[in-house]
Structure formats: C-alpha cells, structure tokens
Design a protein around this ligand. Structure first.
Ligand SMILES: O=C1C[C@@](O)(C(=O)O)C[C@@H](O)[C@@H]1O
Length: 257
C-alpha cells in the first residue's frame, strides 16, 4: 500500500504539518477515573488524546476494556484517539498480559472503530510488528512505532536507526522518548530529530524527558517533532509540562519565527 509521505490527516487534523499537535495522556485506572479525567482534558482542547491503557487495572478483562474504550471515544468525540499499552521495559506500568494476549486485545479493540492511532514498540518481535501493521492497515488505523529509554540518550546514529527501522516496517510515524543526563544529551536528541525529519519519509515524534529535556517538549517541533505531550490532569512521563504552558510557548515561537 502506498502510504502518505510525511504529513497526513487524521479526523481532518494535519499530523506532521507546520504546527505541532498537542497530545494529552489519560492515565485513569478504571472507567470512572477515566471519565472524570477525560472531561478535564477535553476542556483543554488537545489535538490528540492518548489512552495509556497500561494504567487500567482491568486490562485483562476484554469486555471492561471495550466498555471503557467506547466511553472514552464517545467523550473524546472529534479528537483523535491514540491507544497505548506501554510495556514495563519501556517505562509502562506492570501488566499481567503477555505479548500474545496484548496483540489479541489490540486486535479486538481496533475492530471497535474507535481508535485512530496505535503505539507499538520497535523492540517487539518483527513478526508481531508486521502483524500489527497488517491489522492497522485493514482498519485504516495509523501505526506509531516507538522507542523509549528511561536511562540514557543513545548516540545520534542509534536514534536515527530507530527512524529507519520504523520506515522499514512501513509505520506511519516513529516516536522516540529518551532520558538526558545533561544538556548535551538534549542536543543529541534534537540533532537526531532533525536528521530523521530530513532523511526518513515518515513523521517523527521525539522527546527528551526529565528536567533537562523539558525544553524539547516546547520547541522540539522546530527540529521536526510532530507531536508534543503535555499534562492535562496527570503526567505520564517525567518532564511533561501543563498543556496551557505548552500552548503559550508554541504560540510565542510561532509568532516570532
Ligand atoms: O511515548 C510517549 C511519550 C511519553 O513517554 C513522554 O515522554 O511524554 C508519554 C507517554 O504517555 C507516551 O506514550
């Protein structure tokens, strides 16, 4: 299938265009919490809502997940929904599902017609990533392949390689979130972002986490990062800043550059 090069639209919104999209994560542990959180988040007008379902306590009960997903989707309305079950190895919560069960669940959930993007880690088995690419294609869902490193920032070449790998899998986007141990590491992430943006044919989302990296969340888009994650109700990763602050900085940068 011929995939769109670089920018594309989801629910009428441009992904990978000039202005970065602001994504707010949802981290509720049950349906009630999710609904409460979502009402607060929705008022903050995110461009994307990410349900970090690894926080959901009944992830092993498909009917409860489906029920919560439908509710989330109803409230989110026109806002595109990103569905993520982050693995513990890449900074997610501990879950009881093994990879096979996770893939089965993802497949069932995608069939509900409520998900716009799915996040799946590049570190997973090649066959599993290809399987998911197939299913997402069948349902017209965008696949984001991702890489997280909560310990350090690997060299530019290693990060760039993640972009290449995602492109080889024909993912729609690549997402990279790494931890800096100093400001040099933040520059490494930004340099890698620029290189991926120049040489890889799919949009990149990149994040330098933690205190050092939080500036990357504000101006990483100037180096090519297509989405930035901000706090609506609760943070889902270190260094995230409130969405209101994020929006003000983006507006200022947009006005002056
Ligand atoms: O991959 C990412 C990026 C992120 O880890 C961040 O650093 O903002 C937050 C996660 O919720 C999301 O799935």
């Amino acid at each position: 299938m011929e995939r769109s090069k670089k920018a594309f639209k989801v629910k009428g919104k441009m992904v990978g265009g000039q202005r970065p999209m602001i994504c707010i994560p949802l981290v509720g542990k049950d349906k009630e919490e999710l609904i409460k959180e979502l009402h607060v988040i929705k008022d903050k007008q995110p461009d994307i809502i990410e349900w970090r379902a690894d926080y959901f306590k009944d992830l092993d009960d498909e009917s409860k997940v489906v029920d919560a997903l439908r509710k989330v989707s109803d409230i989110a309305e026109e806002v595109p929904l990103l569905f993520t079950i982050r693995s513990e190895a890449e900074g997610g919560q501990q879950i009881t599902l093994n990879e096979k069960a996770k893939l089965n669940l993802l497949t069932q959930l995608m069939g509900t017609g409520t998900i716009d993007f799915v996040d799946y880690e590049l570190d997973n088995d090649e066959d599993d990533i290809k399987y998911l690419r197939n299913i997402t294609d069948n349902y017209g869902i965008k696949l984001i392949t991702s890489y997280h490193n909560f310990r350090e920032t690997p060299p530019v070449e290693t990060i760039f390689e993640k972009g290449r790998q995602a492109e080889d899998y024909q993912a729609d986007m690549v997402k990279i979130s790494v931890m800096p141990n100093n400001m040099d590491d933040v520059l490494v992430l930004l340099e890698a972002t620029q290189a991926i943006n120049k040489h890889i044919n799919i949009p990149v989302v990149s994040i330098s986490m933690g205190e050092y990296g939080s500036i990357s969340r504000m101006f990483g888009w100037k180096f090519g990062s297509a989405i930035t994650f901000g706090i609506g109700e609760q943070s889902s990763a270190p260094g995230q800043i409130p969405v209101e602050d994020l929006r003000s900085v983006i507006n200022i940068i947009e006005k002056t550059t």
